[in-house]
Design a protein around this ligand. Structure first.
Ligand code: SAM
Ligand code: SF4
Length: 344
């Protein structure tokens, strides 16, 4: 007699709150060539290299997630483009875009970068199958940029952005709204982005990791920023969505869009579809909570992916309902690890 057929492989992940987990963000390194004041301490110590997964291990981990239903992967960091040979990982993941062997594959591979290395990598990214990149740029002003990043050169980032556009990448500019740093610049940034065909996305500063300054002093509610922008721009709520937490508005005067990511003034956790993997193989089910699952041990248990997939499934069942960010609790930080560890 034939044995019972095995149960069909379920290749999607649903968390306890019914959210379909289809988006993985991977911090490929905790290192960076800038030191943004709200992100890192000036004297950050980075992980010893021996603790960091190899690019092959990261690729295998991503492969397991894809087989479990992840359709979008964003590489981030730290600065993803400062990891040595990172293009080997980008190329390998790019080959997983589209259906393979009868199974659904990856739909999108993207990157969040500070742009300093984009001029060097833009064409390679396109060849690998990347179509969109998010570039972080908090101010267009050279002195302001140096103050925000401690030593960055804004012209290098702008050159990277234009190289990305010229290579055919769709560029979105991300800016963290910071009192005393860029709060009077959003009209100018929106105009600049409009002139060059870039969408702009503003982000509220989140209390993650100890940095030199008090984030409470820097925090601006984006509800207020949007109201101010409306004095000069016609903003119409847009149906556009990238699978991320931003709420988008069409800007009539530029034909581009502006998005607002408001974890503090408007919590968006109910539609969260993502989990975050660090370069040590730790999986965080929420950016704003400490619970995590170690995937490095099951990854290294052998060449079979089953223990790894079981560990991923178990972790998804622990995904919390939401974060507890409150700006009044910014000191000490609501979450001890820095954004560069989990990836923004
Ligand atoms: N280095 C890359 C970059 O800057 O785009 C990728 C990593 S960075 C951690 C990703 C994003 O997180 C950036 O847009 C950055 O501005 C944002 N970020 C970092 N720390 C933050 C914080 N405390 N609150 C809000 N956004 C933050
Ligand atoms: Fe580096 Fe990005 Fe953090 Fe700035 S925000 S210090 S560029 S990781």
């Amino acid at each position: 007699m034939r044995g019972k057929a095995p149960p069909p492989q379920i290749n999607y992940m649903i968390d306890p709150f019914g959210r379909h987990i289809s988006y993985l963000r991977v911090s490929v390194t905790d290192r960076c060539d800038l030191r943004c004041v709200y992100c890192m301490a000036e004297d950050m110590t980075f992980l010893p290299k021996r603790e960091v997964l190899s690019l092959e291990e990261l690729e295998r981990l991503c492969g397991a997630f894809i087989e479990l239903g992840v359709r979008k992967i964003r590489l981030t960091g730290g600065e993803p483009l400062v990891r040595r040979d990172v293009m080997a990982l980008v190329d390998a993941l790019g080959r997983r875009i589209g259906p393979a062997e009868g199974a659904e594959g990856l739909e999108e591979l993207t990157l969040t970068t500070n742009g300093t290395q984009l001029a060097k990598y833009a064409e390679g990214l396109v060849r690998a199958g990347v179509r969109r990149v998010n570039v972080s740029l908090d101010t267009l002003d050279a002195a302001g940029f140096r103050a925000a990043t401690r030593f960055g050169d804004v012209e290098k980032v702008k050159a990277g952005i234009f190289a990305a556009r010229d290579a055919g990448l769709h560029v979105k500019i991300n800016a963290v709204a910071l009192r005393g740093l860029n709060e009077h610049e959003f009209d100018a940034m929106l105009a600049w982005c409009g002139q060059h065909g870039f969408d702009l996305c503003l982000i509220e500063t989140m209390p993650m990791g100890e940095v030199a300054e008090d984030r409470t002093d820097r925090y601006i509610s984006l509800e207020v920023v949007r109201a101010r922008l409306r004095l000069n721009w016609t903003l119409t709520e847009s149906a556009y969505a990238t699978g991320g937490p931003a709420r988008y508005f069409d800007v009539a005067e530029t034909g581009t869009r502006i998005g607002f990511i408001t974890p503090l003034s408007h919590n968006f956790c109910e539609s969260c579809n993502r989990v975050r993997l660090t370069c040590t193989g730790t999986l965080y089910m929420c950016l704003g909570q400490d619970d995590a699952a170690d995937l490095r041990a099951p990854l290294r248990q052998g060449l079979r992916d089953e223990p790894l997939k079981a560990a991923i499934r178990e972790a998804i069942l622990r995904k919390p309902k939401g974060h507890d960010f409150v700006i009044e609790r910014a000191r000490p930080a609501a979450v001890a690890r820095h954004m560069s560890v989990t990836g923004g």
